[in-house]
Design a protein around this ligand. Structure first.
Ligand code: SAM
Length: 422
């Protein structure tokens, strides 16, 4: 089943709902530049073309939905554990916990919509990068971590008693090892001194290989995991005034490296639509999402002015999330209700919900040096939440543990009204 959204669409809506409405495995590249948890509000200057744009970068308990925490726990138990640890580190009023839950639930959807040769680039800075990498490792798998790209820039103003903060972090992950990497599209120029030293050898290179000491690749040098691209100068033509606008050159580099012409690029936090403009320029398809309507207003102006695109006036605009077409009309998600035992808790059983019971058992085992947890039973059903609640209400319980016999609990799970067999 292909993608259920047209090329050149801007959604003005919460990206979680939009992502949830996108068919599975149909996006080639995702770049996301979310709020960094700077605990302040960003506003576009009056008089700029982005005037009126504003977004809050403060995350509090009231912004958090219980339903996200439940999904995270059921689908990615290690993230649930990580979030609990973050809350313990920070204390009761944990902004970091709220921010990370908000990010994790969105990154889970990003992972689902990417094709198996797809890539994700998450732009952040040292405020949260250390935690975000853990979240990404849980969702994408450590083996699919590809690079931590450091974007270095110069700027005015220095803190009195600290080194100047002059870099952002961009994490690059793939879904599998089949990912696209167009090395020749992003090679860099050799330094003058290097060219001089190797001038007799230039061109003496075997196709596609860099010979370091012996010769220089005529297509340029292998790019490093740090970039020096200047942020947008106040006088730059591409400057819209949109707070946190990223340079087109940065996005062009990412898009060239990890997608091909005609591929679909998605930016779930598209701001003044820099990713969309860069994609249009490079003949990629694109989808942008932002809660601010400025994204739509600016993408039209920018694709016309900066790309001279013939399609600048044919951009779709939607104020509601799409509907998935890769599921039947009466589709209901299913998960496992499981029963897990431990010899130390005789007569008690852990009854819970997980999308993947093996990995849930694995998570429990890692906390038990003797690895004595045992999966007694699991039941795949769309009524997973109702059944879990019913069992916990019916049996005397202590947090996740319920007191009863295995046989009785099993019968109650299977006999639950509306439960369907595997
Ligand atoms: C850091 S800015 C992105 C800037 C962008 N990369 C650019 O070059 O213009 C983050 C954007 O995320 C948007 N945003 C924040 N939360 C959102 C959400 N839940 N859904 C969609 N957009 C959101 C904000 O409105 C803001 O425009």
């Amino acid at each position: 089943m292909g993608l259920n959204i047209d090329n050149r669409t801007i959604f003005c809506f919460d990206n979680l709902e939009v992502l949830r409405g996108i068919n599975t495995e149909c996006i080639d590249l995702i770049y996301l530049d979310p709020p960094f948890n700077k605990k302040k509000t960003f506003t576009a200057p009056i008089g700029s073309s982005a005037e009126g744009a504003e977004f809050s970068d403060i995350f509090r308990e009231k912004d958090l939905k219980e339903e996200w925490l439940t999904d995270i726990k059921e689908d990615h138990y290690p993230i649930h554990e990580l979030l609990s640890a973050v809350k313990n580190i920070e204390g009761k009023q944990s902004y970091n916990f709220c921010y990370l839950a908000y990010m994790a639930i969105r990154l889970m959807e990003c992972h689902r919509v990417l094709k198996d040769n797809g890539s994700l680039y998450l732009h952040c800075d040292p405020t949260m990068s250390h935690y975000l990498k853990l979240v990404l490792d849980c969702i994408f798998g450590e083996k699919n971590f590809r690079n931590e790209i450091v974007w270095c820039y110069r700027g005015a103003g220095y803190p009195k008693k600290d080194f100047g903060k002059r870099h952002d972090i961009i994490f690059r992950y793939s879904i599998t090892n089949k990912y696209i990497f167009n090395i020749d599209e992003v090679r860099e120029e050799y330094a003058e001194a290097t060219k001089e030293r190797f001038k007799h050898y230039i061109g003496n290179v075997r196709e596609g290989k860099d010979f370091g000491q012996q010769s220089l690749n005529p297509k340029g040098r292998h790019p490093d995991d740090w970039l020096q691209i200047q942020p947008i100068a106040p006088s730059a033509k591409e400057r819209t005034g949109y707070p946190t606008q990223k340079p087109l050159a940065l996005l062009e580099r990412i898009i060239k490296a990890s997608s091909n012409e005609g591929d679909m690029v998605l930016d779930p936090f598209c701001g003044c639509a820099t990713t969309c403009v860069a994609s249009e320029k490079l003949n990629r398809q694109w989808i942008g999402i932002d809660v601010s309507v400025k994204a739509y207003e600016l993408v039209k102006i920018r694709t016309e002015k900066e790309v001279k695109s013939l399609f600048a006036q044919n951009i779709e605009f939607s104020t509601k999330p799409p509907e998935r077409t890769d599921q039947g009309v009466n589709y209901r998600p299913q998960k496992y209700v499981y029963i897990i035992s431990h010899p130390k808790h005789k007569g008690f059983y852990k009854v819970g919900v997980a999308s993947n019971v093996k990995s849930r058992l694995g998570s429990y085992q890692t906390g038990d040096p003797e690895r004595n947890y045992k999966l007694e039973y699991s039941f795949f059903t769309p009524d997973f939440r109702e059944i879990e609640t019913y069992i916990h209400q019916k049996y005397e319980n202590n947090f996740e543990w319920v007191k009863g016999t295995l046989e009785d609990i099993k019968n109650d799970i299977e006999g639950f009204n509306g439960a369907q067999s595997r």
